[in-house]
Design a protein around this ligand. Structure first.
Ligand code: GTP
Ligand code: MG
Length: 624
């Protein structure tokens, strides 16, 4: 009889709730790729005269026309325009009086700042963007226009205004007028020879060598030229930080370089034989865990970097101060199952097999109890600084004499391809807002969690509810025509004020607006070493790229760790390593959804006193 291994806290299974099976989203939005002629759904019209609006090009056609005069799309059925208008408004919940708040360019430049780019590396502007989110999500705007486009914009905006105005206690529910059906261009073309995109988060304790490893990988793959590398080496030496030369490719800011630590997530790109890798180099310092969350939440897989040096591995594993544990638990709660443990700085321990085995044993036990399956974890000892076991087998005899496993790039190529949601409506959480230093254009950056985008497509900017049109897109600093689920892009929108695009916001399909709310029921797991959670506890709630202050309103029940069933009702306190159902009320609204509908918008982590207290997901968006 095989010995059963307890995988402890498996966030998908141990809660006694199989999300794959109750994936309502899939049922709601039955995909159809029939390629049939698109049928125009009538849109509400600005005028009360006898016209019907084409949903494709939004042109107001004469009542008698069977097809759109402009684009030829067939009119489906007759709907009274006044009723249609009510329906559209109702679907977005409320229709409150309109108001105008002018936004000066000065105001814009205060809230959206730019950041220089560097050899395919985009740095996040986390500190200021969190402020943008906090204020932006409560801002209101409505442009009074006369064009057909602007009418639709008004309908959407007024609903959102009502939300913003009454945001203290209302939840704006996602709703739609028709079932979603994707178009052919939204699916990857058959026989397309492009490499599959794989988003990899580089995480781990401070100073374990994450940025050095990232810089080295960019250099090995030719993304950083020899000339640029010489420049980094020279500059780093001049500042007395010679050992940080590779890290400087990722740590761009003067403060990061001076302190020798990463503060914000850097996004960089390189190709392996099998994948086009989007590398998310996270900060390891405990003060910047919120930034790490915002970056790593987009990942399909992770590389957990461990410093093998004596004392350093132990510091990372420290229950109170070590980020190895916290990062591992966080990435598992983000749904990341595939993990490569890069045991770095092997040169510092003379490539000792014994030390490597000890690390593997101790950390392996912890990873198992954190919900990682042995079969999904690969172990790769290496040295980023001496380039051992990164893109080829080690050539140092002290290392090659005992290590016969894969080198890092081989381990990356052996990761299974990620699953993508091409057939669901567009959802793109905004991870960053950047202003181009040359053109002044504002781009919303993020990973498409589902659906697709191309130039000319109308998208709804949440939480403000403004309607914009995709003007252009960039992927890996190059223009691209189509972006699909899984792609990491920077999108320029037209028809929407830049200040309405905020970090923590979401770009979505106009007919399938996502929920915006401030009251949630959550299923959580409290983490080891964190302070207990009480009714009234003040926490920071992180959900995709949004962060908001929250208060624990109720502790509904504690769940049995094995069965997921209710064990105790209304306890007064939650201690570490407990599963529970709680209710939280946020200070301001955030874009969010039930995990069973959209995983990307339903994963949460709660932080208090500078550390992660609990991880979990949204089980209910509560309307007060
Ligand atoms: P944070 O982002 O601040 O958490 O740090 P990090 O994990 O990105 O570490 P970083 O790459 O900045 O490297 C920290 C120090 O470790 C630097 O002095 C590097 O030279 C050193 N380092 C990185 N990799 C190795 C390695 O393989 N061997 C040795 N001996 N030192 C290394
Ligand atoms: Mg770093």
């Amino acid at each position: 009889m095989p010995r059963k291994v307890s995988y402890g806290l498996d966030y998908d299974e141990d809660y006694g709730y199989d999300y794959e099976e109750v994936d309502d989203y899939r049922l709601d939005y039955d995909a159809d790729d029939s390629g049939d002629v698109p049928i125009a759904r009538e849109e509400p019209s600005r005028s009360t005269s006898n016209v019907w609006r084409c949903s494709i090009c939004t042109y107001d056609n004469e009542e008698g026309l069977p097809a759109c005069d402009i684009c030829g799309v067939i009119r489906k059925t007759h709907i009274d325009v006044n009723n249609a208008k009510k329906t559209a408004s109702a679907s977005l919940k409320k229709d409150l009086p309109t108001e105008r708040i002018s936004t000066t360019s000065e105001e814009n430049s205060n809230v959206v700042t730019s950041r220089g780019r560097h050899v395919n590396v985009i740095k996040s502007e986390h500190g200021s963007q969190l402020d943008i989110h906090a204020s932006g999500s409560r801002e209101v705007a409505l442009e009074h226009g006369t064009s057909a486009d602007e009418y639709k914009h008004q309908v959407l905006t007024s609903s959102s205004n009502s939300f913003s105005d009454e945001s203290t206690n209302s939840a704006q529910k996602a709703s739609s007028l028709k079932p979603y059906s994707h178009e052919t261009w939204m699916l990857p073309e058959k026989g397309e020879s492009v490499l599959t995109q794989l988003n990899i988060a580089i995480v781990g304790h401070v100073d374990s060598g994450k940025s050095t490893l990232s810089g080295r990988l960019l250099h090995l793959s030719g993304r950083i030229s020899q000339k640029e590398m010489h420049k980094y080496e020279k500059e780093a030496k001049l500042q007395g930080k010679g050992s940080f030369a590779f890290a400087w490719a990722l740590d761009e800011s003067a403060e990061e370089r001076e302190r020798g630590i990463t503060m914000t997530v850097a996004v960089a790109y390189f190709d392996t034989k099998k994948y086009h890798v989007v590398l998310l180099d996270s900060p390891g310092h405990k003060d910047f865990v919120p930034n790490m969350i915002s970056g790593a939440i987009q990942a399909d897989a992770a590389v957990l970097v461990i410093d093998a040096s004596v004392g350093s591995f132990e510091a990372g594993m420290d229950g109170n101060k070590g980020q190895t544990r916290e990062h591992a638990q966080l990435i598992r709660s983000f749904g990341i199952e595939q993990l490569i443990v890069a045991v770095n700085k092997m040169d510092a321990i003379e490539y000792s097999k014994e030390r490597y085995e000890l690390i593997k044993r101790q950390l392996g036990t912890f990873l198992r109890t954190s919900g990682f399956k042995d079969t999904s974890v690969q172990w790769v000892p290496m040295s980023a600084i001496t380039n051992q076991n990164l893109d080829a087998n080690p050539d140092d005899i002290r290392f090659s004499s005992w290590y016969k496993g894969p080198y890092l790039l081989k381990a990356i190529d052996s990761l299974p391809p990620p699953l993508r949601d091409f057939s669901r409506p567009l959802v793109m959480p905004v991870s960053d807002v950047i202003r181009s230093p040359s053109t002044g254009q504002i781009s919303a950056c993020g990973k498409l969690e589902s659906g697709a985008m191309r130039a000319g497509l109308k998208v709804l900017v949440m939480p403000s509810g403004h309607l914009g049109t995709v003007k252009s897109m960039e992927h890996d600093s190059r223009p691209c025509t189509v972006a699909r689920a899984g792609d990491h892009v920077a999108v320029v929108l037209q028809g929407v004020d830049g200040s309405r695009i905020i970090k923590g916001g979401v770009l979505c399909h106009p007919d399938f607006p996502i929920s915006v709310a401030k009251h949630f029921e959550l299923k959580v797991l409290t983490l080891e070493g964190a302070s207990p959670i009480l009714i009234g506890s003040q926490v920071e709630l992180h959900i995709h790229h949004a962060m908001e202050a929250a208060c624990v309103k109720k502790i509904i029940s504690v769940l049995d760790p094995k069965t997921g069933e209710e064990m105790k009702k209304s306890p007064r306190i939650l201690t570490p390593r407990q599963r529970a159902v709680i209710e939280v009320v946020l200070q301001g609204p955030v874009c969010a959804g039930e995990y069973s509908n959209c995983k990307a918008l339903g994963r949460v982590s709660l932080r208090a006193s500078g550390r992660t207290a609990a991880v979990g997901f949204v089980t209910r968006v509560i309307e007060d």
